[in-house]
Design a binder for this molecule. Structure first.
Ligand code: GLY
Length: 268
């Protein structure tokens, strides 16, 4: 049996779930779960509804720096603060499969992408410019400007379980508003993403909160009482958090706010 589950970021409208079901129905046709999750995340990176790839939010200085990660049991690849590429998740996969490293950041990640054939691509949109202006207005009002969660609709993610083989992928423009150079949970294994021992998860929410909680690892450790652990996390969290994934063949969707998500299954 092949299954895939996607999310469009905590805070994204549930009305987008139909679209994500469609993307899931395309991605399920791949034979390997890593192909499926990378394809699913690419659909969302190319869709302006989501904060990843084209559609990414801007940093406070007007730049766009993106994070992405892929994971299978025993391997990992990520890019941090990559710029001027269309599909960061594809570069993260190439880091995992085509470099001696697991994480590349900033200009090194962008240079690696060029070497792998990713052309120069500017993901800036009018929507991102408008959001930056709104973020700046908020930041002026509140000196603790990093935590204006209302501004933040973030990471897109996918987890697939194909006959017991699990893969996960995440991509984000970050949690706006944020400084240039800031890194969230997406490229941190055990925080935004984890695939381990028949458990796979792709999280979403304010990266700082997810990293402090090691959210994905915490949910993995409590996988036998997942709903109970989630209730406790959601009840104690000041910020929006969410996740999708699989524990064995059982899919889960966890969110303390609206979160578009999609699912597809094929019985082989
Ligand atoms: N969850 C995405 C970020 O905080 O960067």
């Amino acid at each position: 049996m092949r299954q895939i589950i996607l999310h469009g970021g905590v805070g994204s409208s549930n009305e987008l779930s139909g679209l994500l079901n469609k993307y899931a129905s395309y991605a399920i046709n791949y034979q390997d779960p890593i192909d499926a999750v990378v394809a699913a995340v690419k659909y969302m990176e190319d869709d302006l509804n989501f904060n990843a790839g084209t559609g990414s939010v801007m940093r406070l200085d007007g730049s766009i720096q993106m994070d992405a990660a892929v994971m299978i049991d025993g391997n990992f690849g990520a890019v941090i603060n990559i710029e001027f590429v269309k599909n960061p998740v594809q570069v993260a996969r190439e880091v995992m499969e085509g470099s001696p490293h697991v994480i590349l950041c900033a200009d090194g990640a962008t240079k690696f992408a060029r070497e792998k054939g990713h052309p120069m691509y500017d993901p800036t949109t009018d929507k991102a410019r408008k959001r930056l202006e709104e973020a700046k207005a908020e930041a002026k009002k509140d000196p603790r400007f990093l935590y204006k969660e209302a501004m933040s609709v973030d990471t897109v993610g996918a987890v697939a379980n194909f006959n017991g083989k699990i893969a996960a992928a995440l991509s984000t423009g970050g949690s706006s508003p944020m400084m240039r150079g800031r890194v969230g949970d997406t490229p941190i294994p055990g925080s935004g993403i984890l695939v381990k021992n028949g458990f796979g998860i792709a999280a979403t929410g304010i990266g700082e909160e997810i990293i402090r909680r090691q959210l994905s690892y915490d949910l993995y450790c409590n996988r036998d009482t997942l709903e109970k652990e989630w209730e406790s996390i959601a009840g104690n969290s000041k910020y929006s958090l969410g996740a999708v994934g699989f524990y064995g063949e059982k899919s889960f969707v966890l969110a303390n706010k609206s979160m578009a998500h999609g699912y597809a299954r094929k019985d082989d």
